[in-house]
Design a binder for this molecule. Structure first.
Ligand code: ADP
Ligand code: F6P
Length: 323
């Protein structure tokens, strides 16, 4: 009988619970024992494991967050931390580990894999910045949450002929901002990948009013050089010259806390099942994700050495659509 462990790591994402449930129940179906590790790599280093049975993962498919808890664990970035983690896995006689998480978490998974331990990654982050999966668990729900807020702000913006700025998550990646901007009908989208001068933002908004629009909407990623704070200050400082205010809303963690929608529940379920299927075939050192609409596995070594660029053609399309 095989003994596998599962953990969730990094920023939580709606659908992580559905992935845990799928890993647990598909592994049990293979006759394996399953253990949940609390709080990501922190719990792994501390040996914080608990057995999971089918009932333990009941009623969680519709819940946001992760029942296992998650963490940022600087210690796992050190060789000493990873050696302790490895010792814990050996002591508990775990045969393989499933890591549900984003970019950093999969770097950790690859580091453990390179030390000779069988690891399977499951692509999950609202940032959608992971090579090896065109969409990751949590993105769809996070976008829906952002859009609900954006749609409401647009209503009041139109009533008052105002300009609004909405900051969405994404420290290094503008995917959420770009997609929320397109789907929310933004006049301007500001992403970390393209430095956008505040004067350009002001000119775009002014242009929108001159074309007869009754509102202006700017979507900015938190990691952009000119983010909500910088742009808000700029518009305040130059209020007289620009002739209008920019009201700022930061969505922050609201985007991460939503209950997963159908897409994320199904993606997480399929990826969790693929992870245990591949392990049962003796495969490891892989990330399971979605490529060209199909479940596909990519070597973790490739995942951590490649990045997924933002589609800048879509940024140009957004500019055209804002006319
Ligand atoms: P996410 O997985 O959502 O991108 P982080 O980047 O914070 O989140 O990574 C989650 C955790 O993965 C980190 O706190 C750390 O424990 C581990 N990790 C990140 N980068 C590395 C690395 N280069 N080597 C080993 N572990 C890493
Ligand atoms: O990794 C997902 C993410 O939500 C990023 O978009 C964001 O920059 C970061 O996590 C925030 O991290 P924390 O919750 O640790 O502040």
């Amino acid at each position: 009988m095989k003994r596998i462990a599962v953990l969730t790591s990094g920023g939580d994402a709606p659908g992580m619970n559905a992935a845990i449930r799928s890993v647990v129940r598909t592994a049990l179906d293979k006759g394996w024992e399953v253990f949940g590790i609390k709080h990501g790599y922190d719990g792994l280093i501390d040996g914080d494991l608990m057995p999971l049975n089918a009932r333990d993962v009941g009623g969680i498919i519709q819940q946001g967050g992760t029942i296992l808890g998650s963490a940022r664990c600087p210690e796992f970035k050190t060789e000493g931390g990873r050696l302790t983690a490895l010792q814990q896995l050996r002591r508990q006689e775990i045969d393989s580990l499933v890591v549900i998480g984003g970019n950093g978490s999969q770097k950790g998974a690859q580091a453990l894999s390179k030390m000779g331990f069988p690891v399977m990654g499951v692509a999950s982050t609202i940032d959608n910045d992971l090579y090896g999966s065109e969409i990751t668990i949590g993105v769809d729900t996070a976008l829906d949450v952002a859009l609900e807020a954006i749609d409401r702000l647009k209503v009041t913006a139109s009533s008052h002929q105002r300009a609004f700025l909405v900051e969405v998550m994404g420290r290094e990646c503008g995917y959420l901002a770009l997609m929320a901007g397109i789907a929310g009908g933004a006049e301007v989208i500001v992403v970390p990948e393209v430095e956008t001068d505040p004067e350009v933002v002001a000119a775009e908004l002014r242009g929108a009013y001159e074309r007869g629009k009754g509102h202006g909407l700017v979507i900015v990623a938190e990691g952009a050089r000119y983010n909500a704070e910088e742009l808000g200050n700029f518009f305040m400082d130059h209020h007289e010259r620009l002739g209008f205010d920019l009201r700022v809303t930061k969505l922050g963690h609201v985007q991460r806390g939503g209950a997963p929608g159908a897409f994320d529940r199904l993606l997480a379920t399929r990826l969790g099942a693929a992870a245990t299927d591949l392990l049962s075939q003796g495969e490891h050192g892989l990330l399971v994700g979605l490529l060209k609409g199909e479940i596909a596995a990519t070597p973790l070594a490739d995942v951590v050495t490649n990045s997924k660029p933002l589609d800048l053609d879509l940024l140009e399309l957004a500019r055209v659509l804002a006319k």
